[in-house]
Write a protein that binds this ligand. Structure first.
Ligand SMILES: Cc1ncc(COP(=O)(O)O)c(C=O)c1O
Length: 453
């Protein structure tokens, strides 16, 4: 079984893929140079420099599961705006709702008829009775954390080492080798040391979780139901049952962040696995990429929040807000997306495509006797360059091979396939076809053959 990669060969391959990339994308190169005059590092956001290749491709247009760059190259998109476009790019029902609403008022500081329809849909999907809106999943998480601290009157939150929940200050904490909570090494300008606000524990470590909860200073646990941002790491069997039992035992609230794990099904991982969170947060694909997010809460949490809010004189600038949150355009886009795009039928087809993707990847892995594996949650899949799945964030970080990731990405991109950056991850949309999936399998097989020589 092959587990070791020849890194000398890998860096030669990477170099030739970079040459090929530059020959295919001269207009993107020009646009990148021009952008450097007005944009820091030539890109709208710093992480856009992290794509494999010396610069990102600049996009001309996107539709369904595909996009075209400004050089006229066509790509099958398995990144899908890293989940914001999991609906497929510009799905027609959402586009017509946006067009309809744009003519009737974009933002009003007042509710519209769409707000109740969206609340009812979310209630049905996720089983939580009361909902509020934000513009990003980051904000939904920030608001949920604030509410939990307010109603439990406890100071700290618990997160998993190497989790990601958006740019939420409290979540940039990891555990060091001694199990102590410290700031993530890439935490930019934290307002306070995250150890003051947060306890980080390793995913799948129930003893560490119980030790932290037993202090009774933890207001809430904020968890993705399976980690997806340090690669996919599934929960051990029974982990969620124990997490729920322990949080209840120690009076800690449980927030489940479904922003990525909505890939599991129409009600996310929560719906598929019968989880019982106190609060649930979600953003990204809710409105097919129009900024929109939501957080829901149980009957009991809603009653505590109402009592807390009633005790305040005013609640307009209390740290939960955003003038544009719950705006009419986002709500119209959310309603159309939930009712017509992210349907049960769509999930059936997305998951079937992903199963085909998994079969294709596993076929290449076994044909070449590679010590790699694939892991899938519904319509999201990742392949990892090691035989066993990591059980927590630190194990996943230790196993990272950045050069190999970059090579696999760039190789795929040069063959018209875009994978989710930072990992070898792919997401299916309702518009993704069997042919798209097979194109990936072919390119993946070719990359493996190049690697093995
Ligand atoms: C699980 C999870 N929650 C929240 C977020 C934050 O989303 P946004 O950047 O849209 O605020 C992300 C972003 O990747 C995420 O993966």
């Amino acid at each position: 079984m092959t587990t070791e990669i020849d890194h000398k060969r890998l860096s030669q391959l990477l170099e030739s893929e970079e040459t090929l990339f530059c020959s295919r994308t001269p207009r993107s190169a020009e646009m990148f140079e021009r952008s450097k005059d007005s944009l820091l590092a030539g890109v709208p956001m710093p992480w856009m420099t992290d794509w494999a290749g010396p610069y990102p491709v600049f996009v001309d247009s996107a539709e369904g599961a595909r996009f075209r760059d400004i050089d006229g190259n066509d790509y099958i998109d398995f990144c899908l705006g890293d989940t914001g476009a999991m609906t497929g790019h510009s799905p027609p029902p959402t586009v017509s709702a946006i067009e309809g609403q744009a003519d009737k008022g974009i933002t009003l500081m007042l509710p519209s008829a769409d707000s109740a329809a969206v609340g009812e849909d979310l209630k049905r999907r996720f089983g939580l009775p009361y909902w509020q809106f934000a513009l990003t999943a980051t904000d939904a998480n920030r608001f949920a954390l604030r509410l939990c601290r307010a109603i439990t009157r406890r100071p700290k939150v618990l997160v998993y080492s190497w989790c990601y929940h958006g740019s939420v200050d409290e979540t940039f904490a990891v555990t060091d080798k001694a199990g102590k909570t410290v700031s993530r090494p890439d935490n930019i300008g934290p307002p306070v040391d995250p150890a003051e606000t947060t306890v980080a524990v390793e995913w799948n470590d129930l003893d560490a979780l119980e030790r932290a909860l037993a202090t009774e200073e933890i207001a809430c646990v904020l968890a993705e139901p399976a980690m997806t941002n340090i690669g996919i790491i599934l929960p051990d069997p029974g982990y969620h049952e124990a997490l729920r039992e322990l949080t209840r035992k120690y009076g800690t609230l449980l927030i489940i962040d479904e922003t990525h794990t909505i890939c599991a099904g129409p009600g996310g991982y929560t719906g598929e696995h019968g989880l019982e969170p106190d609060l649930l947060t979600i953003g990204k694909p809710l409105a097919a990429g129009v900024p929109a997010a939501a957080y829901g809460m149980s009957e009991q949490v809603a009653a505590m929040v109402t009592e807390y809010m009633d005790s305040l004189e005013v609640a307009d600038v209390g740290g939960i807000g955003g003038t544009l949150s719950g705006n009419a355009l986002s709500l119209a886009a959310m309603r159309a997306t939930l009712e017509n795009v992210l349907t049960e039928e769509a999930f059936r087809s997305m998951i079937a495509r992903c199963e085909r993707f998994e079969e294709g990847v596993n076929g290449v892995i076994s044909e070449n006797d590679l010590g790699w594996h694939a892991v899938r949650i519904g319509c999201r899949i990742e392949y990892k360059f090691r035989p066993d799945p990591p059980r927590n964030g630190s194990e996943a970080v230790a196993a990272e091979d950045r050069d190999l990731d970059r090579f696999m990405h760039l190789h795929a991109l040069n063959r018209g396939v875009l994978m989710t950056p930072f990992h070898s991850m792919a997401l299916m949309s309702p518009a993704t076809t069997d042919e798209d999936v097979d194109r990936h399998t072919e390119a993946f097989g070719e990359a493996v053959r190049d690697l093995l020589g």
